[in-house]
Design a protein around this ligand. Structure first.
Ligand code: ADP
Ligand code: MG
Length: 304
C-alpha cells in the first residue's frame, strides 16, 4: 500500500503565495505526523488528497494509479476528519453516524455493523443516544473520528484531531489513534509536537508549503545534533538570554538559578553551557521559530 504525492503545487485564487510548493512524499501503512505551524499548508494538502480542492499541478497515486482516475474507488477507501466541521447539536451520536453512513453510501446492514464498531472504537457506545450538543470537546472529536472510520478506510486523514482538547483528552485520542492505525495509512496533522512524538512512524515537517524534512522521529533529530545545550543562569538574566538565544524550555529552578535549554547553531560560549539531548520540540523550534518572535518568550514561560 503506497500513496505517492508528486510535485503538488497550489496557489489559492485570492492569494499570491503558494499554499503548497512542489510537495512530494511517499507514504506506506503507519502513522505520519504532519507537523507545521498555522498556515504551513497542512489542511490544503489534506483537502487535495481528499479531492475537496484541486491542485494547480502535480499528481497523487495510490498503488500506482492516479486517484483522479480511481474516482469513487478512492473515496471508498478514504476516511477524512476535516479541521473545521460543524456538528448538528440536535442530532444524537447515533443519528449523526447513520446520516454520515448514508452519505458514504453504506447499505443498511453494513451501516449498522460499522456504526457499532466505530462507536466501540472511540468508546462512545454508551453515549450513542445523547445529543451532540451535550458532548464535551473530546467526545465531539471522537465522534468525528468515528464518522471517518465508518467505511473501514485504508487511508485515514485527520486534520488537527486534538485541537481544543485538554491534556487528558489529548492523550486518549493519541493512544487510540495508534491502536486503529494498523494496516492503514494515517496522516495526522498537528502543530503540537507531543501529539505525534511517540505515535508516528515518520514525521513530515511542512513549512510554507514545502516538505522540509521527512523521517522517523529518532532520525529527524540528527538535524539538531550538537545544537541543543543546557545552561544554568540567574533568574534575572532570563529575559536577556532569551533575547540572545532561542530558549526552548526552562528545565528546572533551584535557589536563584534556572536551567534553560537553548537551541541554535552556535554554542552559547559565555554561558558555560553543556550539550543536551535534543527532542522533537527542540527541532520544531529550530525549524519554525522566527528567532525574533515575541511568542518564543511566552512559550518558554508557559513551560515552568
Ligand atoms: P495549515 O492547515 O497548515 O494551517 P492551510 O493549508 O490552511 O495551512 O493554509 C496554507 C496557506 O494557504 C495559508 O497561507 C493560508 O492563509 C492560505 N489559505 C488556506 N485556505 C485558503 C483559502 N480558502 N483562500 C485563500 N487562501 C487560503
Ligand atoms: Mg489547517
Amino acid at each position: 500500500m503506497v500513496l505517492t504525492i508528486s510535485n503538488i503545487t497550489k496557489t489559492y485564487k485570492n492569494s499570491n503565495k503558494k499554499a503548497l510548493d512542489n510537495f512530494n512524499a511517499s507514504l506506506t501503512a503507519g502513522v505520519y505526523g504532519l507537523l507545521g505551524p498555522n498556515g504551513a499548508g497542512k489542511s490544503t494538502l489534506m483537502n487535495i488528497i481528499t479531492d475537496n480542492i484541486k491542485a494547480d499541478s502535480g499528481d497523487i497515486t495510490f498503488n500506482g494509479t492516479s486517484i483522479k482516475r480511481m474516482g469513487k474507488a478512492f473515496r471508498n477507501i478514504l476516511g477524512y476528519m476535516p479541521q473545521h466541521q460543524g456538528l448538528y447539536d440536535d442530532f444524537t451520536a447515533n443519528r449523526f453516524l447513520w446520516y454520515m453512513a448514508a452519505l458514504k453510501g453504506l447499505k443498511k446492514q453494513a451501516a449498522k455493523e460499522r456504526i457499532e464498531y466505530a462507536l466501540g472504537l472511540v468508546n462512545l457506545k454508551k453515549d450513542a443516544h445523547k445529543k451532540l450538543g451535550s458532548f464535551s470537546g473530546g467526545m465531539k472529536q471522537r465522534i468525528l473520528i468515528a464518522q471517518a472510520l465508518l467505511n473501514d478506510p485504508e487511508i485515514l486523514i485527520l486534520d488537527e484531531p486534538t485541537a481544543g482538547l485538554d491534556p487528558k483528552e489529548r492523550v486518549h485520542i493519541r493512544n487510540f489513534i495508534s491502536e486503529i492505525a494498523l494496516d492503514k495509512i494515517v496522516i495526522f496533522a498537528t502543530h503540537v509536537v507531543s501529539d505525534i512524538e511517540y505515535a508516528a512512524k515518520e514525521v513530515i515537517f511542512i513549512k510554507q508549503g514545502r516538505l522540509i524534512l521527512q523521517d522517523t522521529p529518532s532520525k529527524v533529530l540528527s538535524q539538531v545534533e550538537n545544537k541543543v545545550w543546557l545552561a544554568h543562569i540567574q533568574v534575572e538574566k532570563l529575559k536577556q538570554i532569551q533575547s540572545l538565544y532561542m530558549v526552548s524550555n526552562i528545565v528546572g529552578e533551584k535557589n536563584n538559578l534556572i536551567t534553560v535549554k537553548i537551541v541554535g547553531d552556535d554554542l552559547p560560549a559565555e554561558l558555560n553551557a553543556n550539550p543536551a539531548l535534543p527532542n522533537l520540540e527542540d527541532l520544531y523550534l529550530y525549524l519554525f521559530n522566527d528567532f525574533n518572535e515575541e511568542r518564543r518568550v511566552q512559550n518558554a514561560f508557559t513551560e515552568i
